[in-house]
Design a protein around this ligand. Sequence first.
Ligand code: AKG
Ligand code: FE2
Length: 274
Amino acid sequence: MLPLSAGIKDHPPSLMASLGRSLRKTKNRVIVLGVCSLLIILYIVFFRSPDAATAVSANVVGAVGGSIKSEGEMYDPYRNMKVLSWSPRLFYYSKFLSHKECDEVINMGKDKLERSKVVGAKSDEVIQDRSSSGYWVPYSQSKFIDDRISAVTHIEPSFMEQLHLLHYDPTQEYKPHFDWFPRNLNEHQEQQLKDHGQRYATFIIFLDDVEEGGETWFPKPDIKVKPVKGDGILFYDLLPSGEEDNEALHGGLPVIKGEKWIVTKWIRQKRWSS
Ligand SMILES: O=C(O)CCC(=O)C(=O)O
Ligand SMILES: [Fe+2]
């Protein structure tokens, strides 16, 4: 016969004890599950969801893959960019500016427009090839655009010339040309070229739709980009080797109906401002 104590020890666990143990196990499982879920949620919020990423660094340009917050909307250059051509290197950015931002930029210069000029051999000249009117937007007003262009091009704003607002009425145009500077420059322009380098890339943003005509035309690959309010294009004026790209010939076709408003940002090889 077994002693009494042995009998108690070896006796199968009571219902209460086993219930307690299983409750403790369940509690542990719930805690582990809770911690795992929390970790998964934190991962999604901080590393996967673009909106959340923007919330973390809303105004840190380029910090989250170039994401920039535009009026509550996230700008994702990878989702919104389309390659139009590799020769010349030409890219399309949809919804680069909101409609409200486009109107703001037009208002900055619409009362200050002057007949556009081109870089000439002796001085900057007014010529028939470029019949638009323009306005140089001060850096202080274009910072939000410069920062956004910086984020998608990965080039510091200090390499950029001032933003140039352009307006075309019906029949006005900008005949095919290169944005890189020709060789026959005057002394001042030659010095500027030494100090700041060539125009390396051009970013154009369409600030309004045009009823008819006014496409930006690249004759070599024969690509016509129809102005769509808020959308933009980036093209490289130079080849990766640094030589001028002859394929980067482009122009603004005559506006047939309506008006055309764009801004152009020229990016230099060397710093433009400090
Ligand atoms: O008006 C356009 O579409 C082209 C403008 C342009 O080529 C420029 O501003 O350099
Ligand atoms: Fe141009």
